[in-house]
Design a protein around this ligand. Structure first.
Ligand code: ACO
Length: 328
């Protein structure tokens, strides 16, 4: 069975946080944040607003824009590192909110690669002929797990959600994927709520995000330049055949270094880092959506999506865009 993606929706919370906010709580400046990360602003959920609330708004946006019948969805995947609870999973809340009668529900933990992992799994379920219409959401409320005393990380993160529907189709528009992990680097980026020593590795068990920014930066750039070429080759595409690259928006300098390594102009890269910060599993759909709704990404354009993060892991996939621009 072949797959197609024809609809997308997003949501970000109302509360905008500019860089000046951090000048008041840690030793930093707007200038440092803009030049070292590219971030201008991000949005934070309210205290009583959770990842599932953001998902529900993103799915409403998708169904209003693309007039999608949500009742026939037969599986829901939510990629998130910030679920409302360990269980019930976040996907179940979406099932309940839209009263979807026959849907399997699963949250997946793939950090910033989670959304692409979700698409890969959805395509697999369709290829196995067991499901036909799968809602895939990448969503985070990272503000709830941010350590606001750590200037190297607190400035980076934002909250948001993005949703697509992967459907069975006669022709195939969701192509080959690539995913790998180096678990030995797991200690460089983690959130722990238990233990001080896990598998012999010391962790801070405060339920906050901890990272070695430099190590993640270096791994991301060196790995992705190689792996994007490998993914394009696997799909029999030259880099020039790909209209838009949508890597996870972790830091504008990571995206610039990837483009430089691939010798492609930064103008062919879609990002969500400037306006939303690093939104982990939500960053790729946020960038894709703005590309579509601004009219940059056209029908039938070829896309390469690649997420990377905690694991350390990455997941990439090539697609042909079948989502229309809807200007309302
Ligand atoms: N304001 C001012 N100075 C700062 C700040 C800040 N907010 N943060 C760090 N600095 C200082 C450092 O202390 C250091 O000072 P020193 O030279 O006196 O020691 C200097 O700036 C340079 O520090 P670096 O760590 O080398 O800064 P870098 O340019 O690498 O930027 C950053 C740090 C932004 C964290 C970068 O490494 C990065 O983006 N890494 C990747 C992060 C990432 O992709 N994480 C994925 C996680 S997302 C997820 O999985 C949810």
């Amino acid at each position: 069975m072949n797959a197609i993606i024809r609809s997308i929706g997003i949501y970000t919370p109302q509360r905008m946080i500019d860089n000046a906010y951090f000048e008041k709580i840690v030793d930093t400046t707007d200038e440092w944040i803009r030049t070292r990360t590219g971030i201008v602003q991000r949005f934070y959920a309210d205290e009583n607003e959770y990842t599932s609330d953001l998902c529900i708004q993103a799915v409403k946006n998708l169904s209003e824009k693309y007039h999608t019948d949500l009742k026939t969805i037969d599986f829901i995947i939510v990629a998130t590192s910030t679920p409302d609870q360990a269980f019930p999973n976040t996907a179940s809340r979406i099932q309940a909110a839209f009263e979807i009668p026959h849907a399997g529900c699963l949250d997946i933990s793939g950090a910033c690669a989670g959304f692409v992992y979700g698409i890969i799994l959805a395509k697999g379920l369709i290829a196995a002929n067991s499901h036909k219409k799968i809602l895939v959401i990448g969503a985070e409320t990272l503000s709830k797990i941010t350590d606001f005393t750590d200037r190297t990380s607190c400035i980076l993160f934002g909250d948001g959600a993005g949703a697509v529907i992967v459907e069975a189709s006669e022709e195939n528009y969701v192509f080959d994927s690539l995913s790998e992990t180096d678990g030995s680097l797991g200690k460089e980026l983690y959130i722990s709520s238990q233990g001080a020593l896990i598998n012999g590795i010391e962790v801070i068990a405060d339920n906050k995000l901890h990272q070695n920014g430099r190590a993640v930066f270096k791994w991301a750039v060196t790995t992705l330049v190689k792996k994007i070429r490998e993914l394009a080759d696997k799909n029999h595409f030259k880099l020039d055949d790909i209209d838009w690259f949508i890597p996870h928006s972790a830091n504008i300098r990571i995206l610039e270094a990837i483009c430089e390594g691939l010798d492609i102009p930064m103008e062919r890269c879609l990002e969500s880092i400037r306006n939303y910060g690093n939104t982990s599993a939500a960053s790729i759909p946020l960038a894709w959506y703005s590309g579509i709704q601004s009219g940059k990404v056209k029908m039938n354009d070829k896309l390469l999506l690649i997420g990377f993060g905690g694991g350390l892991t990455f997941a990439g996939i090539c697609l042909q865009n079948k989502i229309e621009t809807v200007n309302k």
